[in-house]
Design a protein around this ligand. Structure first.
Ligand code: AMP
Ligand code: MG
Length: 283
């Protein structure tokens, strides 16, 4: 058997009605009591499962199915969004993944409605879409930095939920992940970026400005999580001080989403026996 989750991780991490962000211990490893070494071993096994499920989704899309998955990754600087992309999605066939990152809107993006750039990057059928930051920045950085009037910003919550519901209704399984790192761990990770020339590229002076607004960002996250987690598109809060835990947990969330699609292999759209005879004739 070996080490395994003690409880379904989706249930442990899902944001429900009684959610309280300050209570979340960012160095905890809910559902996993076996430490890092065993997690890494288990991760390799889960990678095989993830890869097979992803192939089924891809095959379904190629055969006219309309299903897709969208993994939304949110988290402050250093929370490990990039590591999730590399270590979790890195375990599946890159052809099946549609990755998009959202930074400060370009002039062209800013000239449109805030969902314009998001719609353009939605995963086509058969794909796992991954958003490194997302439409939810509208109630995070935009809110904290006061980039639009408060009453407009307040209307965004309902708008974001409607958007996700529309996705869910048209065949996209939406998994929203908030990677929550602690203030102290963020310090360590930023310090490392400043200490190591191979990490400078990950650092941006603006990271310190965001860190100075830590409490405001925590409040914005808390509000976002409680106001925009719906059964059709729930938020999962993933403690992210242990990178290995966050990666293992997100792997499991994606596996569970894919498994719930219950996809078989598409049947042949040709006559198998005829094709075998035709092939044999060329031997
Ligand atoms: P990074 O993810 O490190 O490449 O940084 C991207 C930056 O873009 C972050 O500082 C975000 O806060 C910022 N950003 C993302 N979306 C928006 C938005 N809608 N408006 C303003 N800033 C944004
Ligand atoms: Mg950054």
């Amino acid at each position: 058997m070996g080490a395994h989750w003690s409880e379904p991780v989706a249930r442990l991490l899902r944001v429900g009605e009684d959610f309280d962000l300050p209570r979340v211990d960012r160095s905890a490893t809910p559902g996993w009591d076996h430490g890092k070494k065993k997690a890494e071993k288990f991760m390799a096994k889960r990678g095989k499962e993830l890869s097979e499920l992803q192939e089924r989704l891809y095959a379904d899309g190629r055969s006219g199915g309309n299903r897709s998955v969208l993994l939304v990754l949110q988290g402050l600087d250093t929370a490990g969004k990039g590591g999730i992309v590399r270590h979790v999605l890195g375990m599946v066939d890159p052809q099946g993944v549609a990755l998009a990152s959202f930074g400060v809107p370009t002039a062209e993006e800013a000239a449109h409605d805030h969902l314009w750039r998001i719609r353009r990057e939605l995963p086509p059928p058969g794909r796992i879409g991954v958003f490194d930051r997302s439409h939810y920045e509208q109630v995070l950085v935009v809110r904290v930095n006061g980039l639009e009037p408060p009453e407009v910003n307040d209307s965004r919550y309902a708008e974001l939920v409607d958007f996700d519901l529309e996705l869910a209704a048209t065949g996209t399984t939406v998994i929203k992940v908030a990677l929550m790192v602690s203030y102290d761990e963020q310090f360590e990770r930023l310090a490392e970026r400043l200490d190591r020339p191979d990490k400078y590229w990950k650092y941006s002076p603006g990271d310190i400005d965001t860190r100075l607004d830590w409490d405001d960002f925590q409040a914005a996250y808390a509000e976002m999580l409680t106001r925009t987690s719906v059964p059709q598109a729930p938020w999962y809060v993933v403690p992210a001080d242990h990178k290995w835990y966050a990666r293992l947990a997100v792997t499991e969330l994606v596996i569970e989403a894919l498994r719930s699609l219950d996809l078989g292999w598409p049947p042949a759209d040709f006559d198998v026996e005829t094709e075998k005879r035709r092939l044999a004739a060329t031997h």
